[in-house]
Every structure is written in C-alpha cells, then in structure tokens.
Design a binder for this molecule. Structure first.
Ligand code: PEP
Length: 253
C-alpha cells in the first residue's frame, strides 16, 4: 500500500501573529491547490484562528499543539477540543515529549486527551519516543510500546483512520542530531507491527508514521526515502519557509 506522505510543522512557542500568518501564506502558496502529500501546521493556540483564515480553501490544515481532555470547566489556562475546533483547528498533537517531560503529562492523561481529540472530531498526531538513556539501555522498543499501548490502546478501530503517529526520539528533538534513516526505520517497523497486534493488519498498513527529531532541508530526503517513514513532524525547520519548502519537496515521491 502507498501511504500519502504527511508533513507537519510544530511551531512550538515561537513566532508572532504577523510572522505566523506570513509563514502560513507562504506554505499555502508552495503547496498549491493539490499536492501529493498532506501538510499541517501546529500553531500556537492564540494564532490558530488567524492561520486558519489564511489557509481557508487550501489543503494545508492548521492544528493545535495542546488541548485539555475536559469539555469545559475550572481549568484555568487550558483549551478544550471544541474550542480548538471552533477557531479552525483540524488536528491536535498529543504526547509530545516536551509535554511529557516539562509539563508532567503522564500516559493515562495522554490517553484521555487522545480520546477527547478523536471524540471531538479532530485528527490526532500522537507522539512517542525514547530518551538517550533509554536507547542506550536497549529499551527503545519497550518504551515506545508502553507509550503507544497506554496512550492509544483503548481506541476503537474506526478511530485509527484519523490517527498518525510521530516517532520522535527525545535525544533528536531540537538537538541537530537526527536519528539515522536506519534507526528511525527500525522503530517505524516495530511500531507498525505493534499496531497490527493492537488493532489489525489493515489499520497498521494504512497508518502514517512520521519521523520527528531535527528533520532539516539537508536530511529530509534520505529519511523520507525509507519505506515505513511516511512523513515528518518538524520543529525548528518549520519556522523558516526555505527549509520547510525543501522538506515538503522531499515528500513528493
Ligand atoms: C518537534 O518539536 O516535534 C521536533 C521534532 O523538533 P525539531 O524538528 O526542532 O527537532
């Protein structure tokens, strides 16, 4: 099966309104009306509406980097899935290692968020990945298996059509040290087989698994050439149109 490549930019806590709008406009222009890949931009929540306006009518989607699992209530500072959708978000990131490590988001909470995202009608990019210590201890597969089983193990099979997984080794995020195509490819193969066991073979075959961790204009083509690497979740290099364009072009295959 050929899976449609999926490239997403995670802007994190960067840009201001004007630069987010300008970058979205440039991405829209580059992608055009039709492209042989999917593209989403995960903007800071306060800029989602402005970015959605720029992207209206374009195949490029806007997403949120975080949501709360509850629908409403006394959760100061949080936003619900319905709120994100209301301002134009089509997708949400859950399980990013920065949320796990810096904000203490544990597997059980991430499972609730993933369910809320899908129940609320958004698409989901669910991130998993090991730390350097875990890799060096030979625990990569055990770690990503636990993250995936605890995060998405309870999803009904039908929800999986709106799920992408991002394999993001923590040691590769923002460090300039990407996983080699072989290292990433091995984990993608493992994750796909795992989804085959958790759900079924057809779901595993159709699932898009992005690689994330220092993807750049220079390394995107070799990473995306690996069978089983179906796209990229891009942090730093998604903040500049020149590098993002090159990564999108590498997804034309
Ligand atoms: C990310 O934020 O998900 C990421 C992969 O960042 P970077 O591309 O900067 O490593």
């Amino acid at each position: 099966m050929t899976r449609r490549p999926y490239v997403a930019g995670n802007w994190k806590m960067n840009l201001d309104r004007a630069s987010a709008v300008a970058l979205a406009r440039a991405v829209r222009e580059h992608v055009g009306a039709q492209a042989p890949y999917d593209c989403a931009l995960f903007a800071p929540a306060v800029y989602v509406a402005a970015v959605a306006e720029v992207l209206a009518g374009s195949p490029v989607k806007v997403g949120v980097q975080n949501v709360h699992d509850m629908a409403s209530g006394a959760y100061t500072g949080e936003i619900s899935v319905a709120m994100a959708k209301d301002v134009g978000a089509a997708s949400a990131l859950v399980g990013h290692s920065e949320r796990r490590a810096l904000f203490g988001e544990a597997d059980a909470f991430l499972a609730k968020k993933a369910k809320a995202v899908l129940d609320g009608g958004l698409e989901l990019v669910f991130c998993v990945g090991e730390t350097l210590a875990e890799r060096e201890a030979g625990r990569t597969e055990a770690v990503v298996e636990t993250q995936l089983r605890l995060g998405l193990g309870a999803l009904p099979r039908t929800d999986w059509t709106r799920v992408a997984i991002a394999y993001e080794p923590v040691w590769a995020i923002g460090t300039g040290r990407n996983a080699t195509p072989a290292q990433a490819g091995e984990v993608h193969t493992f994750l796909r087989a795992l989804v085959g066991k958790m759900v079924d073979a057809a779901t595993a075959e159709a699932l898009r698994i992005q690689y994330g961790g220092s993807v750049s204009a220079a390394n995107a083509a070799e990473l995306l050439a690996v069978p089983g690497i179906d796209g990229a979740l891009v942090g730093g290099a998604s903040l500049k149109i020149e590098s993002l364009r090159a990564i999108l072009d590498a997804a034309r295959r």
